[in-house]
Design a protein around this ligand. Structure first.
Ligand SMILES: CCCCCCCCCC/C=C\CC(=O)SCCNC(=O)CCNC(=O)[C@H](O)C(C)(C)COP(=O)(O)OP(=O)(O)OC[C@H]1O[C@@H](n2cnc3c(N)ncnc32)[C@H](O)[C@@H]1OP(=O)(O)O
Length: 300
C-alpha cells in the first residue's frame, strides 16, 4: 500500500512539534508551532489556518475576478484535500481578496474555442471542486464580499452558510441561461436544496441575478452585514457551528446531501460527455462569444 508522507514544518517558532497520524492507510505528518498558526500560499490562494480555533480562511486571489479556470480549480481542489485531511482543521471560511467580486464563476475562456479533451478535463475539475465542497466534513461558510454569479454562486451554495456584504452593487445567482447555457442537474439540485423548487425554477429559467436583499429574501444567502464585517461575522457564526457535537452535525449534513452527491458520483463520465457535447456545439460557442463581447462593451 502506498503511503503518502507529507511533512509540514512551521519555522515560525524555534520550538515546533511534529505529530504523526495514521488515518485511512495514510501516514501524515503535520506540525504545530507555539504560535498555532499555519499560513500557506499558492499562486492564487492564501490560506490562514488558526490551529487554536481549528478554522482556516481561504482567500481567493486570482485577478481580476477569481474566474474558475482549470489551473485555479486544481489549486482549490488540492487545498481543500489538504484541509479535509488535516484533523486540526474543522471549519473553512471561503472569501475573496479581489475588490468587488467573490468569484465571476467558471472561466468563460475555458469553454470557448477549446478542444473536446480540454473541455472534458475542465469539467472534471469543476465536478471535483463541487464534490469536495458539498461533501466536506468541515463546517464551510462563504463570506461573500462581492458579486457571485453562476459558478461563484454554486461555490457559495455548496457551503453550509452564506454571509453576504450588504451592497446593492453586488449580485448573486445562477445566471447560466443568460449566457445561452444550461445549469447541469447538480447545480440545479444544489439550488433546490437551498431555496426550494419554485424559487429555483424561476431563478434558473430567467437566469436571475439577485441583489443582496433579494437573495436574503429567497434564502439564497443567510445573512447580510456591512461590507467591512463579512469576515468577522463569518468567524462568529463559525464559532457557533463548531460548538455543535461534531459527529452528529457531520452525519446530518451527509444525510441531507447524500442523494445529490451520489447522483453525480455515479454519473460522472456521462455528465462530462453531456457537457463536452453541449459546449462544443457551434450555436453554444456563438452564444459564449456574444456574451464575452457584451462583457467587453459594458466596460467601454
Ligand atoms: C443539456 C444540459 C447539458 C449541461 C451542459 C452544461 C453547460 C455549462 C454549464 C456551465 C455552468 C456555469 C457557467 C459559468 O459559471 S459561466 C460564467 C458566468 N459568469 C458571469 O456571467 C459573470 C461575468 N462577469 C461579470 O458579470 C463581471 O465581470 C463581474 C464579475 C460582475 C465583475 O465586474 P467588473 O466590472 O468588476 O469586472 P469586468 O470589467 O466585467 O471584468 C474584468 C475582466 O474579467 C473578465 N471576466 C469577467 N468574468 C469572467 C469569466 N467568468 N470568465 C472569464 N473572464 C471573465 C472580463 O471580460 C474582463 O476582461 P478584460 O479586462 O476586458 O480582458
Amino acid at each position: 500500500q502506498k503511503l503518502t508522507f507529507s511533512l509540514k514544518i512551521a519555522i515560525s517558532s524555534s520550538l515546533s512539534k511534529i505529530h504523526l497520524n495514521v488515518s485511512h492507510g495514510r501516514l501524515c505528518a503535520s506540525s504545530t508551532s507555539f504560535s498555532q498558526r499555519n499560513n500557506s500560499s499558492s499562486a492564487n490562494l492564501k490560506v490562514d489556518h488558526d490551529q487554536t480555533t481549528g478554522v482556516a480562511v481561504m482567500h481567493m486571489q486570482s485577478p481580476p475576478v477569481n474566474s474558475l479556470s482549470l489551473d485555479f480549480l486544481t489549486e482549490i481542489c488540492i487545498t481543500l484535500e489538504k484541509l479535509e485531511m488535516d484533523k486540526g482543521c474543522r471549519g473553512l471560511i471561503i472569501t475573496s481578496s479581489q475588490p468587488k467580486v467573490f468569484s465571476a464563476g467558471l472561466d468563460i475562456l475555458e469553454m470557448y474555442g477549446k478542444s473536446p479533451e480540454r473541455c472534458g478535463e475542465f469539467w472534471k475539475a469543476v465536478q471535483e471542486m463541487w464534490l469536495k465542497l458539498y461533501g466536506s466534513n468541515m463546517v464551510t461558510i462563504a463570506a461573500i464580499n462581492g458579486s457571485s454569479p453562476a459558478g461563484g454562486c454554486l461555490m457559495s451554495i455548496t457551503c453550509d452558510y452564506r454571509i453576504m456584504a450588504d451592497n446593492p452593487r453586488y449580485s448573486i445567482g445562477l445566471n447560466e441561461t443568460m449566457l445561452g447555457i444550461v445549469a447541469p442537474f447538480w447545480f440545479k439540485e444544489t439550488m433546490v436544496n437551498t431555496v426550494g423548487h419554485r424559487n429555483t425554477e424561476i431563478s434558473l429559467e430567467l437566469g436571475l441575478l439577485y441583489k443582496p436583499a433579494e437573495a436574503l429574501n429567497i434564502g439564497l444567502v443567510d445573512q447580510l452585514v456591512p461590507e467591512d464585517q463579512v469576515l468577522s461575522a463569518a468567524t462568529q457564526t463559525m464559532t457557533k457551528w463548531l460548538a455543535i457535537p461534531e459527529h452528529a452535525r457531520q452525519i446530518t449534513k451527509s444525510m441531507m446531501r447524500k442523494s445529490t452527491i451520489e447522483k453525480l458520483r455515479s454519473n460522472r463520465e456521462a455528465d462530462i460527455q453531456n457537457f463536452v457535447n453541449f459546449i462544443t456545439k457551434e450555436s453554444i460557442q456563438k452564444s459564449l462569444r456574444m456574451y464575452m463581447e457584451m462583457l467587453k462593451q459594458k466596460k467601454a
